[in-house]
Write a protein that binds this ligand. Structure first.
Ligand SMILES: *Cc1c(COP(=O)(O)O)cnc(C)c1O
Length: 422
């Protein structure tokens, strides 16, 4: 059992890692609540909820129990030709929770495949109506996942480099800020006039991988409305923002015009099981109904609607708006606002912002996405017992809702200390 970090080097290949420069992986042997434990017994506050997933805490007993019970009753069955209670109940719960135009739930197994399904739905929606549309619209610096369709929609070139010429056709617009709405609308208009656009894919209100960058809800509404007028489907990627991160259940809840399609994953299963959904309106769904078999949506993942994932998701939804979690969400939101006040005039701070439980600090320094400043900061945080993964020159935290007041104070302290060493 000893020294997993050493044994790791022999056969493992990690995601987002240049192994020649970064051979060391820290072995985590246990996790509970907001804490990670390494193999030497050190603890780290999970300041980003393990990529925004474990919002109700690691090992949350309400969720682990639901999964264990489900495992004893029905472990797995394929989802074509069969259905099961956890999927049926989850569809009912999600439709009740999502914006009111969302009526149908399609299951996938991770965030990227949720986006992949959404893009294919949009293209086939037009195809089924006898309309060939070959172009997607997406925001600059968006991130939607690492499969080909999702990568195409993503605008972060550090991930896409070698694949650029194999991607789908995408036209990009900047995110709208309060004072740029008309300019972005004009760009969208030009794109709509010159291309056959199938869909507009976006992270609503907060671009996660871009460095927790915010944009205007009013501006996004205007873009969505323009797309509606042109029968261009709108796809909200709520994989990061979903389940309360922005202060409401979904970022789309800030919008006047609901998107046609919504993608969810990450906190969907409270981080305990890989599962995702692509939801859509009846109008989208009905374009696939026909006596012709080929007009159906012939897309499937073996583990679609995995009962264990659905059970975890149902248990997570129980917690999302429970008194205890609502109280914690409000506490974190308020504490973030106070932190913004405290550091916004710091000489090293370019900008600091918060929305819901998301807090981001842009440093007044240039840094490559995976450059040395970022590495130095990451190591500095870990030495202080806090897991934060800066994105370029942006330090951010998106803590699990169950983080204790003391643990949250420790995260803030680590960020303040970092401002003194950069
Ligand atoms: C994580 C993420 C994805 C990709 O999800 P995976 O499960 O990693 O494939 C897509 N979009 C957003 C906004 C994400 O945060």
């Amino acid at each position: 059992m000893k020294n997993l970090s050493e044994r790791d080097k022999k056969h493992l290949w990690h995601p987002l890692t240049q192994h020649q420069l970064h051979p060391e992986m820290l072995a985590i042997t246990k996790a509970k609540g907001a804490l990670l434990y390494d193999e030497d017994g050190n603890t780290y506050v999970d300041g980003i909820a393990s990529w925004y997933t474990t919002m109700y805490g690691h090992g949350n007993p309400h969720i682990t129990k639901a999964i264990a019970q489900q495992m004893e009753t029905l472990d797995f069955v394929m989802f074509s030709g069969f259905t099961h209670r956890p999927a049926v109940e989850l569809s009912e719960q999600l439709v009740a929770l999502l914006p009111s135009n969302q009526e149908k739930i399609f299951f996938n197994d991770n965030g990227s495949t949720a986006i992949e399904a959404a893009i294919k739905m949009a293209i086939q929606y037009h195809h089924n109506k006898g309309d060939k549309r070959d172009t997607l619209i997406a925001f600059e610096n968006g991130f939607h996942g690492d499969t080909f369709g999702a990568m195409s929609a993503s605008g972060l070139s550090s991930y896409n480099g070698p694949f650029e010429e194999f991607l789908l056709k995408v036209e990009r617009i900047p995110v709208p800020q309060e004072d740029t709405i008309d300019a972005v609308l004009n760009q969208l208009n030009t794109i709509l006039e010159n291309n056959a656009c199938a869909a507009f894919v976006f992270e609503p209100l907060v671009q996660g991988a871009a460095g927790m960058k915010f944009h205007s809800a009013k501006g996004l509404d205007a873009l969505i409305n323009k797309c509606r007028e042109n029968d261009v489907l709108t796809i909200a990627d709520e994989i990061m923002t979903g389940f309360g991160k922005t202060g409401k259940n979904f970022a789309s809840d800030y919008l006047q015009y609901p998107p046609d399609i919504i993608c969810l994953s990450k906190a969907l299963t409270a981080g305990m099981f890989p599962l995702s959904i692509t939801s859509c309106s009846l109008e989208v769904y009905e374009a696939f109904l026909s006596n012709e078999v080929a007009k159906g949506f012939f897309h499937a993942h073996t583990f679609s609607a995995h009962p264990l994932g659905c059970a975890a998701a149902l248990a997570g939804i129980d917690l999302l708006n429970s008194n205890e979690i609502v109280e914690r969400r409000a506490y974190i939101e308020k504490a973030h606002i106070e932190f913004v006040d405290q550091v916004e005039n710091h000489p090293k701070v370019q900008e600091v912002r918060s929305k819901g439980v998301i807090l981001a600090v842009d440093l007044k320094l240039e840094s490559d996405r995976y450059g040395s400043l970022r590495d130095r900061l990451y190591a500095f945080f870990m030495e202080q017992g806090v897991n934060l993964r800066p994105l370029g020159n942006t330090i951010y935290t998106l803590p699990p809702y169950v983080i204790t007041n003391e643990q949250l104070a420790k995260v803030y302290e680590a960020i303040k200390n970092a401002l003194e060493i950069v």
